[in-house]
Write a protein that binds this ligand. Structure first.
Ligand SMILES: Nc1ncnc2c1ncn2[C@@H]1O[C@H](COP(=O)(O)OP(=O)(O)O)[C@@H](O)[C@H]1O
Ligand SMILES: [Mg+2]
Length: 586
């Protein structure tokens, strides 16, 4: 019977989920144990005070005996001890809680960076902050401090109940029955708040996203006068947070008042019964005073044990979400027998490649293309046709849903991700620059680059041109996301970064599309330097920049519809490339 119960417990979600926590607690288990154990005496000391009142009343007040004058001193001493212990518990708790939270955050952050591109498509930035940061705080520090409170209150209650029975079991029975009635609703809290809690979390994430958008999109907001629009959206989200908060209060707020009421009922009943017990000499007045003191002292922990229990539940739910993230492994990862890609000798091949972001909505279909080492392939076609998707499959930002991509005859999924991505430099239309200096950002391409290599990259990418005008040169701070630079300057830094990485494959996705003609010319020259002696896939808006490619591939609505050199394609009657080219010449 008992064994069956144990097995059942082991198989529940509960044990399986929370036992994962152990690996994070283990390094600090000593202090964590102390933090929990301290709550026993803290709680129990409440009882000493109540208990001491009985001898004091009976001996001092009734018998007028002065022997018991030491009792107040005992009460003072115990209270002081309680204070010291409480401080130690709080300190210990915070120390352990924050340490564990940091460890979990580090693990999650590492995971976050390695998640598939698809994860970031479906999660907002606010959502990620909530789940990777705030949830961890709630789950670790929050759980421990709430657990501490809960335990303190629990032990305080238990020891006070002992004092109750010590003084009179009849009265104690009445009190205990009432307490059970008062505590019963607690068992149903979790079910009542679970869905609201989840929703609150997501809505709070949305609030965070609004701030991010106000920050990142402030230029657009100003230029399109989106103040009202954004204001209303923010208001809508805040209103939802408010409503959820109030719903939470509706479902839990009645708990404390209800318990308050039941407990007062109990006290009334006890006084009534107690008086008759004294009159019939079944208990002494000292017993009664001590009993009432214990009962009143009991009221506080019992009252707030409800809140602590709620908070522990909320923390446990956060922990479940954290575990969900921890258990999440990216789908795009190394195979067990993955090999290093050391270089590109023959070339790249797309073989019957198909891809869909959303099931049954193909974005690329039946793509076949061979790219020899050292060749430059240009992709053109309608906007939304799948060109960016085509190139994002190569560094495995996404995996193909059909067919395969080969490098030197091997499926790219057989190479380690690190070595594969190491061989590909990607320059996008809008490149992310990190806060820091220009030098920091360029060296991201290869932190071990020599000063000569750095200088070479700076020169080849025409970063030199604008460095001259910066008093601090390479050590100029570029602001968050490089906001202190012009688009062309940011682009040239990105190209220098790709240069210093020195990868054999270069992917350029509309690298000059966002620029005005003058900066485009410089960036174009930088790009030509970067393309030398490498295998290149270039997506370009302006056809003048692709005409020298070895092969031009037209991708329309997810399919390759034409391919050939500029000269072959431009003269084809009814050719798509030919008509695009003519349209641009005008
Ligand atoms: N992360 C994504 N999730 C879902 N659909 C996407 C995603 N990125 C692009 N798409 C869709 O895939 C199609 C191809 O997009 P894309 O490859 O960016 O085209 P192009 O670069 O040729 O303009 C478009 O219909 C686009 O809406
Ligand atoms: Mg694109």
């Amino acid at each position: 019977m008992l064994k069956k119960l144990c097995d059942k417990l082991k198989n529940t979600h509960f044990i399986r989920d929370y036992s994962q926590m152990w690996q994070y607690i283990r390094p600090y288990w000593g202090r964590a144990l102390i933090a929990v154990l301290i709550t026993v005496p803290i709680g129990a000391l409440d009882a000493v005070i109540a208990w001491a009142l009985k001898p004091y009343m009976d001996v001092m007040m009734i018998e007028q005996n002065t022997q018991t004058l030491w009792i107040p001193l005992v009460i003072i001493a115990f209270s002081a001890l309680q204070g010291v212990l409480t401080f130690s518990a709080t300190y210990c708790n915070n120390w352990v809680g924050n340490r564990i939270a940091n460890d979990v955050k580090m693990t999650l952050f590492e995971k976050l960076m390695k998640f598939d591109a698809g994860f970031f498509d479906t999660n907002t930035s606010g959502n990620i902050i909530m789940r990777f940061n705030n949830d961890v705080d709630a789950a670790c520090s929050g759980l421990l401090s709430n657990l501490k409170q809960f335990c303190t209150r629990f032990f305080s209650s238990v020891s006070l109940v002992v004092v109750l029975f010590y003084n009179s079991w009849k009265l104690a029975l009445i009190a205990v029955v009432m307490l059970f009635c008062a505590l019963f609703p607690l068992t149903r809290v979790r079910r009542r708040i679970k869905d609201i809690n989840q929703e609150t979390l997501f809505t709070n994430g949305e609030v965070m996203t609004h701030y991010n958008e106000a920050y990142g999109g402030n230029r657009i907001i100003s230029s399109y006068n989106l103040y009202d629009y954004e204001y209303k959206r923010f208001d809508g989200t805040l209103t939802r947070v408010f409503k959820l908060g109030m719903k939470m209060v509706q479902r839990t707020g009645m708990l404390s008042p209800f318990m308050h009421f039941v407990v007062s009922l109990g006290i009334a009943l006890v006084i009534w019964t107690g008086s008759s017990l004294i009159l019939s000499h079944q208990i002494t007045p000292g017993n009664f005073v001590s009993f009432i003191a214990a009962l009143i002292l009991l009221y506080n922990p019992i009252k707030s044990i409800g809140n602590s229990f709620n908070n522990v539940q909320v923390a446990l739910m956060a922990m479940e979400r954290v575990f969900e993230l921890l258990g999440n492994t990216p789908e795009i990862r190394d195979r067990d027998d993955a090999v290093e890609l050391t270089g590109v000798n023959k070339g790249i091949e797309y073989k019957n490649v198909g891809f869909e972001y959303v099931p049954n909505k193909p974005v690329l279909q039946n793509i076949n293309l061979k790219i020899k080492r050292g060749e430059t392939i240009a992709l053109v076609g309608n906007s939304g046709g799948g060109k960016s998707t085509f190139v994002s499959l190569l560094p495995r930002f996404y995996d193909v849903t059909d067919g395969q991509i080969l490098i030197d005859g091997q499926d790219i999924r057989n190479y380690t991700l690190e070595s594969l991505r190491d061989k590909i430099s990607v320059v996008f239309q809008d490149n992310f620059l990190f806060s820091g200096t220009i030098r920091d950002n360029i060296l991201l391409g290869n932190e071990n680059a020599t000063p000569e290599e750095l200088n070479h990259a700076v020169e080849m990418a025409f970063v030199q041109d604008f460095l001259k005008n910066l008093p601090k040169g390479l050590d100029t701070d570029i602001g968050e996301r490089g906001t202190l630079l012009s688009g062309g300057q940011r682009q040239r830094i990105a190209i220098a970064r790709a240069f210093i990485k020195n990868a054999p494959i270069v992917v350029l996705d509309e690298a000059t599309s966002a620029l005005d003609n003058k900066s485009e010319a410089v960036v174009q020259k930088a790009i030509e330097n970067l393309m030398k002696d490498r295998t290149v896939i270039v997506i370009a808006h302006r056809l003048s920049t692709v005409r020298h490619a070895d092969k031009i591939v037209v991708i329309n609505y997810g399919k390759i519809v034409e391919s050939g050199t500029h000269d072959e394609l431009v003269n084809q009657p009814d050719g798509i490339y030919a008509s695009l080219y003519k349209a641009q010449l005008k």
